[in-house]
Design a binder for this molecule. Structure first.
Ligand SMILES: Nc1nc2c(ncn2[C@@H]2O[C@H](COP(=O)(O)OP(=O)(O)OP(=O)(O)O)[C@@H](O)[C@H]2O)c(=O)[nH]1
Ligand SMILES: [Zn+2]
Length: 211
């Protein structure tokens, strides 16, 4: 996928000030952003997260998944190193879109797991693609990454599309009673490498409110 670079701005966050780089996919018009911090163009491998949009988890505080927790954790780790990059990709619902994800959640409320729900709607378990990542990273000078992910298929897909992944760094956080089954399905059916005992839990206060 070719991308057009649009502009760079500052993005202050609770963990530090990032640079936000906006891109547009030429073929689809979809927009994506990269958040960066520090000297990412000096040739040293860059701590990186390739994060797929999850409106419910990233912005609406949903406890159904671990996305919002991973997003915060990635930004915190980058800020702690003072150097890194996060690609925020607009591939909501593993690529099926927001409203289809709401339909999938409705099927999950009735007993399906995350993979069965996608398949019942006529989609594959994971419809994302990563061809925009290499050109986005190249534009901001990143040559290789230490990728924060539990998903080995993401490492393979990025590698296939020309991104040099020198290592994988686990990012296990935000487990709570609402997403235990979801995380177990990711580990069991989607091949995520997760040690369910090593997860950081969402705080007791957050869980208490949802009983
Ligand atoms: N279709 C569908 N998409 C979901 C569901 N829960 C989360 N998502 C989407 O899944 C994407 C995140 O993918 P995950 O499978 O959680 O994790 P990953 O990106 O593959 O792997 P990590 O790098 O380890 O986080 C986001 O686009 C979410 O919107 C669900 O139940 N159904
Ligand atoms: Zn999510």
């Amino acid at each position: 996928m070719s991308v057009n670079f649009i502009a760079t701005s500052r993005l202050p966050t609770p963990w530090g000030v990032f640079n936000m780089h906006g891109f547009e996919e030429l073929e689809t018009g979809k927009d994506h952003v990269a958040l960066s911090m520090g000297d990412i163009a000096n040739g040293e491998p860059v701590l990186a997260r390739v994060h797929s949009e999850c409106l419910t988890g990233d912005a609406l505080f949903s406890l159904r998944c671990d996305c919002g927790y991973q997003l915060q954790e990635a930004l915190k780790r980058i800020a702690a190193e003072g150097r890194g990059v996060l690609l925020y990709l607009r591939q909501e619902g593993r690529g099926i879109g927001l409203l289809n994800k709401v339909k999938a959640y409705a099927l999950q409320d009735a007993g399906a797991d995350t993979v069965e729900a996608n398949e019942a709607l006529g989609f594959g378990a994971d419809m994302r693609e990563y061809s925009m990542c290499q050109p986005m990273l190249a534009h901001i000078g990143v040559q290789s990454v230490r990728l924060m992910t539990n998903n080995p298929r993401k490492v393979d897909a990025l590698t296939q599309f020309g991104v040099t992944v020198v290592s994988r760094e686990p990012i296990q956080t935000g487990m709570n009673p609402h997403n235990e089954n979801y995380l177990a399905t990711k580990a069991g059916k989607l091949g995520h490498m997760m040690d369910l005992d090593a997860f950081t839990q969402a705080s007791d206060v957050e869980i208490e409110r949802t009983k």
